[in-house]
Design a protein around this ligand. Sequence first.
Ligand code: ACM
Length: 763
Amino acid sequence: MRYGSSSGGQARAACGAALALTLALVRAAHSGVIPLPAEVVPGSGAFGIDPKTTLRVPEGDRDAGNAARYLAELWKRTNGLTLPISVVPLAAIDTASTHSIAFRHRSGFGREAYELEVTPQRVTVSASSAAGLFYGAVTLWQLLPPGGNTGRIPTQTIRDAPAYAWRGLMLDSSRHFQSPAFIRSTIDWMAWHKLNVLHWHLTDDQGWRLEIRKFPRLTSVGAWRVEPSGARYGGFYSQEEVRDIVRFAATRHVQIIPEIEMPGHATAAIAAYPALGAATPTAGASTPVVSASWGVLTHLFNLDPQTFRFLEDVLAEVIELFPSPTIHIGGDEAVKDEWNASPEVRTRARQLGIQDPEALQAYFTQTIAGFLEAHGRRIIGWDEILRPGLQKDAIVMSWHGVSGSHTAAVAGNDTVLAPWPTLYFDNRQSSLPTEPPGRLKVVSLEDVYRFDPRDATLSDRQRHHVLGIEAAIWTEHMQTEERVQWMALPRAAALAEVGWSNAAGRRWPDFLERLAPMFARYRAFGLDFADSVFAPAAGISRTAEGFTVRLSNQAPSDAAGNGGIRYTLDGREPSSEATRYETPFSVPVGTEIHAAAFIESAQVSRIRVLRLDAQAARRRDNHELEPCSDGIGLLLEAPGAGGPIAVDIMNPCWIDRGVDLSAGPRLVAAVAPLPFNYEIGADAAKIRVGDARTTEGELEVHIDGCDTPALAALPLAGADAKSVTILPERQLPRIQGRHDLCLRFARPRLDPQWMLDWIEIGE
Ligand code: ACM
């Protein structure tokens, strides 16, 4: 795969003194609200809130009642505050003198817009829609810091509306399955980030997750795979569970857009019903099975009329289940090898008068789009669907960077920005050892925050076609629900602000300040969010007496309210009063450092413990080594390893910089195997294998480059094929000065994939 890249460089506004003062007032007013509201007019004074405060809704106004109940639910959860709801005649809503929070419909607002007026006597949430009232409630919830059941909300008027109508998150439930309860919880936190589209990736090569009554084998066969370990893995959502989830999503103003992948990413369906496939049966060939490999599989649906009837029958049930006006039909990464090789497909193409296989996919897309159109729905697909003849009402989801969106908008198609790599949340958030498995590329919270959806080269008319933005949570490497949450949060908060808030008003340091109370809300909801933006990173260098330690994190140290990284050397947990890290410091061998980051007095990272003992002087864990290349970089979990291992699967090779070899040190290496279960097509031929000198291969050690003659080779013969092995140690030759060591595996075959867990170099 080759991907485009996009990064939104956004100049920081310079602030004069007067502007700084205004911003400070505004900050005090909206403090804690994510996404940043469009307009905040601060007043003076505050509305006091306590358990006697009443929520008031007009008689017969179901939307106002729902918004008030949701607010009550949220405050109960995060503040232990239980507020009564009183239903009053509409005429009394504006006149009641009691200290209350009122919800009311008012005409003149946009689809999701609302106004929130806070005076010392009362709070009024007004909107023209259920969604507007709901978002007003969410903002009001966030104006009260989480924690106590009393507080004061500064007097202000908020007039708010989203910048983009489509603020989405894609969840891949095929590669790993998440429970219905988890899906509901995701929808819930999406709602209080004002995210409004859950794009639910339900089918792929590795599992078909949606019950289709007419075709039971899609789930009895297609929902289950045999993992490389031999374990059976799978699951699916029954139609009853889906209906329940769709109903729940409606209460949260989240639209669920189901994705049924075609013509590629179809292996699970073809495994269930082999007649759907395009592969030419060859002697001795077996039918495809649900895949336990990652990457791009070559199995495609064929173009038989019966296959289209099958897909239409599937979509007919999908339409029954999901009320969304749009259905996602995938369309990405459909490698045409099987179509090119199939006599039946070629015959069909001739009948249709189509020569080009890409045009054949366009025919496929148009046929399905036509069916959906006849049933009152429109299609959305990945940017590969953008071909001549595409229906004008089809929506193009741009994942090859942002260029697909530009082309679609110019062509007059609606489009959603979901660009790799910035909005691909399977990329890790930092290079800290605490990141769970995923893709090796770092897409930090700041990278997401600084993504700018605006395309200055579009005309006003074309710009209207850009509906919004979406981040993708591909779950190949997210085996647990906790890890899905870690990868999603808080990057989804940054996404929400990019999608909702006016780009001109967004400021990164201000966002970080508002993140501290958001973290408290995540905790109150039991969400496993990432602290990567604040988590202390440690740079350690060896000195004659001990170590020099550098601490840093991704947060700008000059941001208002940033309490910095605090640490202790006496084993106690650091508080906001502990020593603040300023410059590198030296400690003797045997020191234990406990460090954490603070925003004002709130601890915003977990505590990082660094044990600087004699072993730390010798040991380099995988995360302290540098992969030699950046082909397909992954962070993988190997049984028995100390943590996830960074590897370029195209080239299992690492560099250890500046190693002192003058004493002829001893090298110990711990190696970890994993099955090589990646479908990477022709790229597989680019991986170096067959260069081993012994039967199982060896770990080679080179200096000052990887193509120099090997200094040493540690044979893998006898290494455990399922877990970490510490290879017999090796004395390295005595060489003056510091050198970069290159450690790479020479191997007889691709499988297993050998990786370096850690090395020790020293006495
Ligand atoms: C994609 O990432 N294949 C849409």
